[in-house]
Design a protein around this ligand. Structure first.
Ligand code: ATP
Ligand code: MG
Length: 565
């Protein structure tokens, strides 16, 4: 008999709510319906991954469905480019909304009818207060608001003005349609919230059909209701808007009642997660675009070489709660390394080269060694790597005069060249300035494959690349975009905290020829150097470009620990 696999992880608060609702029969058709509702005014960032994983994840777990709703109510800031990127990013994470792709703009006609009905019933009015006056009348957290002089405008007049607003007869800001709720409510969001404003802007989907646009607090709950959303899950900053949400979903003509639940947004140190600030970095060329591999956007981390699986793991480790906090960047990188370690193809690449000449190796000989594709995965196989008389090794793997404890190559010392032979350094060639241009060594033909008949041991193993069977490529060494944990925290300006070393370009690195086969989307490890990927934008067959995804070890945290931070 097969044993049922029991889940051991405790339920998070949203799962509890959903399980209670299902058990109590409170969910229509017993089918939970969630939605992910991005505003297409920028590219999605890592914070959004949390919301995507929660909404799509709950739908998957409880066999319901999750809608993708583009919340396109601010035509001035929205763009098709953003819509397309959002869809691509969600798919990359492995989620699928199926046929449930909706737009708030799909509901403009319905929202307009609902607004007319509210006017007819005396529940909404056209206000002529300017935005400044409206703010003044709204009151504060401790003081109630005041009624607008227009609050008791007769219904016919409201109707006439609203129709004329819609017909484009008034300039922006002249009138607003407001709900008539309660100017003395302790919740500011219930003090006659605006429902519609005038805006002359071309909408990416409705073009110039409308010059009045519905506000978020009106559009969002009604869109949820129209789509039959059961659990409308958003971040904590919307908690104060919940009464407005409940007001909108209890309007007469709405027959499905969704409920809103809030969770804590994801914040990560060293990162900015605000589309507005990210847009600023893009527009002012601090980065090359939304998909710059240093950006905390989904398209940025994809280009950097993060895997969707590692990000889902990260989100699951962070968990779902109602308490705001800041997650450590190193936790995210830890998850990336964990995943890539299992799947990245190993290659040898020399990033900072020095030539190694094996004096006793035949001039024209080429030998091929089997290199493991991934020692963590026994099924990953091997590939051939060419070995010749002249090789490159990393500069730091040789010292003419070794410091104490240095076990790599130095004159008289023997090391192993990975997969190949033992070599012992002899002399160096120098240029007229005294810089070492080549290291000479001899090899032991009996050490083929890395062991010798006499069983002698060496302490160092270096990776290497044949100097004439080699791929020359550009390597981009990426690091954190910001050097401060809380960008802008000290000076108030996050630009002050940009990391000047966030990108170091190596124009010519030497990579074993197998690297030529790599394609964007493939996970690579340059052994001893880090995880890498082929850049999905700038790499061509003639000029390959590799991006550093993440270093092998967390040097940052180690450095911090050393400095006692
Ligand atoms: P930003 O503040 O970066 O502009 P936003 O909240 O305006 O983001 P939306 O497009 O409105 O972006 O967000 C879509 C959904 O993603 C919303 O439900 C929002 O609550 C959620 N979300 C946005 N940022 C985060 C975050 N840092 N952590 C978790 N969820 C987030
Ligand atoms: Mg928003």
């Amino acid at each position: 008999m097969e044993e049922e696999v029991k889940e051991t992880k405790p339920l998070n608060f949203l799962e509890k709510i959903i399980e209670d609702d299902l058990a109590a029969g409170r969910v229509p058709n017993n089918t939970i319906v969630t939605r992910f509702p991005p505003e297409p005014n920028g590219y999605l960032h890592i914070g959004h991954i949390k919301s995507i994983c929660i909404n799509f994840g709950l739908a998957e777990k409880y066999k319901g469905r999750c809608h993708l709703r583009l919340d396109d109510t601010n035509p001035a800031k929205e763009d098709m480019e953003y819509i397309n990127s959002i869809k691509e990013d969600i798919k990359w994470l492995g989620f699928d909304w199926g046929k449930h792709e909706y737009y708030a703009s799909d509901y403009y006609d319905q929202l307009y009818e609902i607004a007319l009905d509210l006017i007819r019933k005396g529940k909404a009015y056209v206000d002529s207060l300017t935005p400044e006056e409206m703010k003044e009348y709204r009151g504060t957290l401790t003081e109630p608001g005041k009624n607008s002089p227009d609050r008791d405008r007769p219904i016919e007049e409201n109707m006439d003005l609203f129709l004329r607003m819609k017909n484009g007869e008034f300039p922006e800001g002249k009138y607003t349609l407001r709900a008539k709720i309660d100017m003395a409510s302790p919740n500011i969001n219930l003090r006659d919230p605006a429902l519609y404003r005038i805006k002359f802007a071309e909408h990416p989907r409705t073009g110039n059909k409308w010059c009045i646009y519905p506000m978020y607090d009106f559009t969002h709950p009604i869109s949820d209701a129209i789509e039959g959303i059961t659990h409308s899950i958003c971040t904590l900053e919307f908690e104060d808007h919940r009464p407005a949400y409940d007001w909108a979903t209890s309007i007469d003509n709405i027959d499905h009642t969704p409920h809103q639940y809030e969770f804590a947004r994801l914040n990560i140190n060293y990162c900015l997660m605000s589309k507005r600030k990210l847009l600023y970095l893009v527009n002012n060329k601090f980065v090359t675009g939304w998909d710059d591999p240093r950006m905390p956007t989904i398209s940025g981390i994809r280009r950097r070489g993060y895997s969707p699986e590692s990000m889902k793991d990260f989100i699951s480790r962070v968990g779902v709660a109602k308490v705001e906090g800041v997650v450590d960047y190193s936790l995210m990188e830890f998850c990336v390394r964990e995943d890539l370690n299992k799947r990245a193809k190993r290659l040898m690449a020399v990033l900072d080269p020095i030539k190694l000449i094996i004096d006793n190796y035949p001039e024209d000989k080429v030998e091929y060694f089997k290199a493991e594709n991934n020692p963590e995965d026994p099924n990953s196989g091997t590939h051939d790597v060419a070995f010749t008389k002249e090789l490159y090794i990393e500069k730091e793997d040789f010292m003419e005069i070794p410091v104490k404890g240095y076990h790599r190559l130095y004159p008289g010392n023997e090391i192993r060249l990975k997969y190949a032979y033992y070599v012992k350094a002899t002399t160096v060639d120098k240029d007229e300035n005294g810089n070492i241009v080549a290291v000479h060594c001899t090899y032991d033909p009996e050490s083929r494959g890395g062991t010798t008949p006499d069983g002698r041991k060496v302490k160092g193993t270096s990776h290497w690349v044949s100097a004439d069977h080699v791929l020359e490529a550009e390597v981009r060494q990426y690091d954190k975009l910001f050097k401060a944990e809380n960008p802008g925290g000290a000076t108030g300006n996050y630009l002050d905290d940009l990391n000047p070393d966030s990108l170091i370009v190596i124009p010519k690195a030497y990579i074993e020829l197998e690297g030529k086969k790599s394609r964007p989307g493939e996970y690579l490890q340059f052994i001893r150097n880090g995880y890498y990927c082929v850049d999905n934008k700038d790499s061509t067959d003639d000029h390959m470009v590799f991006n550093r995804t993440v270093t092998l070890k967390d040097s940052w945290s180690k450095m911090k620990a050393k400095m006692g931070l």
